[in-house]
Every structure is written in C-alpha cells, then in structure tokens.
Design a protein. Sequence first.
Length: 346
Amino acid sequence: IHNDAQARIAAAQDLTTLEALRVEFLGKQGSVSALLKTLGKMSPDERQAQAPAIQALRQSVTDALAQRKSVLEAAELEVRLASERLDLTLPAPDAPRGSVHPVSQVMDELAEIFADLGFAVATGPEVEDDWYNFTALNMPESHPARAMHDTFYFPDTAPKGGRMLLRTHTSPVQVRTMLAEGAPVRIIAPGRVYRSDSDATHTPMFHQVEGLVIDKGIHLGHLKWTLETFLKAFFETDDIVLRLRPSYFPFTEPSVEVDVGFAIVDGKRVLGGSGDAAGHGWMELLGSGMVNARVLEMSGLDPNEWQGFAFGVGVDRLAMLKYGMDDLRAFFDGDVRWLQHYGFSA
Ligand code: PHE
C-alpha cells in the first residue's frame, strides 16, 4: 500500500484527483482505514507488534496528501494570477479631446488685441431692460429704429427700466459702464445678443463686441486708427483698406458704417486692397460713430467735457471671414465634424 500510495499521490495532477485518492486510502471504506480496523480484532501482543507500522503508514499517506495538496494549490494560484494580470503598459485608447470654439477663440483674440491698446473687458446682462437697451441709447418709446431690432420681449414685465428683453446688441454695456465708472473709459464688451431672425447669415443668438472710448478731445481719427490697428492685428496683415461711410445710429453722431476691401480669389472673398480696385469689392464690417451727446447725458457725463467713439462688430462674422466658414448656423449646431473640418477639434 505504501509504495502504491506514494507513487499515485505524487502523480496526481489536480485537487479533484487528490481528493479521490484521500477517500481511497483514508476514507471510511479506505484501504488504510481497513487496516486500522483489523487492529481491534487482534490479540494485545499482535496489536503491539502491528500497530506502529500501520499507524506509520497512515501518517505517511496523510503527510504525502498534505504536501501534494499544497503544491497543487500553489500551482493553481499561479495559473489564476497569470490569467488575471492587467498589463498596465498596454496603450490606452485615445479619449476625444475638446477645443475652444471658434467664437470663443475670436473673443479671446479680440480681448488680447485690445488689451495691448489699453482696453479693459466689460460685461452686462443678456436679460436687459428696455431703458438700457433702447431709451438710454437715444431710442425712446416709438422710435422707428426699435422696429429694426426684432426684439425678443418678456411678456408681462415692467420694472422701473421698462419691459424686460433679451438685449439686441452690446451697446447697453456702454451706458452701464459710464454710469458705473464715469469717465474716462476704454473698454470692449464681448457677449451674446439676440434678434428674432434666422437664415444662412443670421441666427437668433449671435455675438458682438462693443468698443467704447471716452476721454477729452476724442475724434473720428482715433476711431479710424483704432479700427485699422485692430483689424490688421486680427487678420494678421497690413493690407487692410477701410472705407468709412456716413450712416445712422440713434446713439452715435456722426455715425459711420465701416467697410473693408476684399478681392475674390477662387470664388472666395479674401480681405485686402481697395474695394474700388478691379475684381475687388467692399464688405460691410461694423457700425460705429462718435457717441451721441444725448447718450453721454443719460449716462451721467457732460458732453461739453467728454467725447468718445463707439463701435459694434459681429464676432461670428469676424470668425467666418478669418476661417473661411460660410454658414453661420453651423457655428451653433455643435457638430464635432464641422469643428474638425476647420481644425478646431483634435
Ligand atoms: N449696436 C449697433 C448694432 O448692433 C452697432 C453699433 C455699436 C453702432 C456702437 C454704433 C456704435 O447694430
């Protein structure tokens, strides 16, 4: 029994086989157990002679089983560890990376360009009241210019400043800044504005940057220089030709519409050169003018002491021009493929 047991235990390849061997030798019906039972039927002398050998056999089989068991268990653990190991050196899949939206990027660029010219950034609320958006900008109730703004009004609101509305331009920030800080002023005010209008070049929400300079002795020459300097920096070219055209805004006097000259290259408008040159044209870029004396007064400033200029420019339009995008609505669709196409997403 001894040799047979040692050989078969040593050869067992798994715990199930080993357990079967334990039953075969040491179980109730086992061969070693059967030998032990024979001791009970022996005479005392015989028992004394036989017992040590039988008990040693039981001990050696028990030891062999225990030893083989620990070897098999260790091997089994080794297999499991190997199969469950995580390879931390495997390359991880790339997580999609976000990027700054072209509109935000242009607003950041404008803030930087104007910071170099000494302008601070001012902000105002998008939910504005009638007084700041219209009245203080020299558009009293019944002023015909109000009709051109396609205003979103909030129904049933009439606080002190009149009906609440979504601001139709960033110009109310002019008034808020002058009232809050007095003069002199040198600010830009970027932000969202709203008009009830929608086609390829108009969205109900779009972005403007307002500019306002108030000081002593400010004149149209300062306005023209400022706009030229900013547009050259923004479009990264010295070839920017502006045309100042007389216009009308209730809040500026005189008012100036600013056009920029462009050439048509491969069917696309490329800024540069006089719009009057052959193959060229003028593109309307922004509205501006000298701040109307009435607006200065309503903003708490004496027009005999302070003068200034203001301008308002569409940020989305600037982005379209700079990056060659042609449908404004795509700006606000949130389609990552569109952003990728123009190099705005990784
Ligand atoms: N607020 C005008 C608009 O939205 C633009 C403008 C701003 C014109 C400042 C003159 C001065 O059309």
